[in-house]
Design a protein around this ligand. Structure first.
Ligand SMILES: Cc1cc2nc3c(=O)[nH]c(=O)nc-3n(C[C@H](O)[C@H](O)[C@H](O)COP(=O)(O)OP(=O)(O)OC[C@H]3O[C@@H](n4cnc5c(N)ncnc54)[C@H](O)[C@@H]3O)c2cc1C
Length: 289
């Protein structure tokens, strides 16, 4: 995620010079980047960004604001910072050593232990025009960012479901209680049946949403929203049920299912959250019928 989302933003919206300087090293694995959008008290769906950019002379901008939860912040060589200008939102390419940019210490997270997340304090940073993407009178790049995040989160959810299911199934076949493999107890069998149903349904819905997108169907936005909500909530439920099947062995630290249980919560929060997704699906349905 640390490379994919910044790369997609640069590939879609950056100038050729910006791509050469920033996208090429990312794709070659020689640099790392982070996308800074989130702020306290707002998100993309709830209104304008509070980080602001004002024109400073002919060739530069002044940037002011605070960003939270920036994945890869403690490690990134450069940041794509979203800020509001008088003409609409824009992206600012800030190198790590930009004067006025403070990078907070890594935050501890419930899951995704390998990710380094931190905040950015942007104190009157001066950014040259050639490091700006936009501004745009519309919010298309922010909407696209959310769509890419949702796609990534759906894929993570599908992988997480599969790995929990395979781990719990194999455990239920091998682990004995009362002299029998626990899979022979109906309660455990029913749990596995439910998980398999979630797994298959999540895969099919994700494929249907991809197909709608490929064929430019008018259902695309609603279906992508449905797939985001269903796959991510299914991942959360699957991780919980698989941990239950594994009993004490599931609760022991550093096993795959316990790790997934902690990771899964992030999926319903990040991208467009489950709550906001449901509202957006309802809006899309209202427009369609
Ligand atoms: C591990 C991790 C990595 C992250 N990486 C990045 C990153 O690289 N860059 C970045 O910019 N951000 C990143 N984020 C931030 C993430 O995108 C936000 O946490 C997420 O968008 C939610 O925003 P918030 O935390 O401000 O919650 P809020 O928007 O305050 O939401 C809190 C709760 O209120 C609900 N809510 C809010 N508004 C509405 C509404 N209009 N209707 C109904 N319900 C609503 C939400 O669904 C949620 O349940 C990351 C977060 C985590 C945990």
């Amino acid at each position: 995620a640390a490379t994919t989302i910044p790369s997609r933003l640069l590939a879609a919206y950056a100038s050729e010079e910006q791509k050469k300087k920033y996208l090429s090293p990312l794709l070659e694995g020689c640099a790392s980047a982070a996308v800074a959008v989130s702020e306290a008290g707002m998100n993309i769906e709830n209104g304008p960004l509070t980080t602001s950019a004002t024109v400073a002379g002919e060739d530069a901008w002044t940037l002011q604001g605070t960003k939270n939860y920036v994945w890869n912040a403690p490690l990134a060589d450069f940041f794509l910072v979203a800020a509001e200008t008088e003409q609409g939102p824009a992206w600012f390419l800030l190198e790590r050593d930009t004067a006025g940019l403070e990078i907070g210490l890594a935050d501890k997270t419930l899951g995704f232990q390998g990710c380094a997340m931190g905040s950015l304090t942007i104190n009157n940073c001066q950014v040259d025009n050639d490091l700006v993407i936009g501004p745009c009178s519309n919010r298309n790049s922010l909407t696209a960012l959310r769509k890419w995040q949702n796609e990534a989160l759906i894929s993570i959810a599908l992988g997480l479901i599969e790995r929990c299911y395979i781990t719990a199934l194999s455990y239920a076949k091998q682990h004995k209680s009362g002299g029998r493999p626990i899979i022979s107890y109906q309660e455990i069998g029913f749990k596995l049946a439910e998980i398999m149903t979630l797994d298959q349904t999540a895969q099919l819905l994700a494929m249907k949403a991809s197909w709608a997108q490929e064929t430019n169907s008018r259902d695309t936005d609603a279906l992508l929203g449905c797939a985001k909500v269903f796959c991510c909530e299914a991942a959360e439920k699957t991780a919980s049920e698989c941990l239950q099947i594994m009993g004490g062995a599931g609760y022991v630290k550093d096993n795959l299912v316990a790790e997934s249980f902690q990771d899964a919560k992030y999926l319903t929060i990040a991208g467009v959250s489950s709550e906001i997704s449901r509202m957006m699906i309802a809006d899309a349905v209202l427009e369609m019928y």
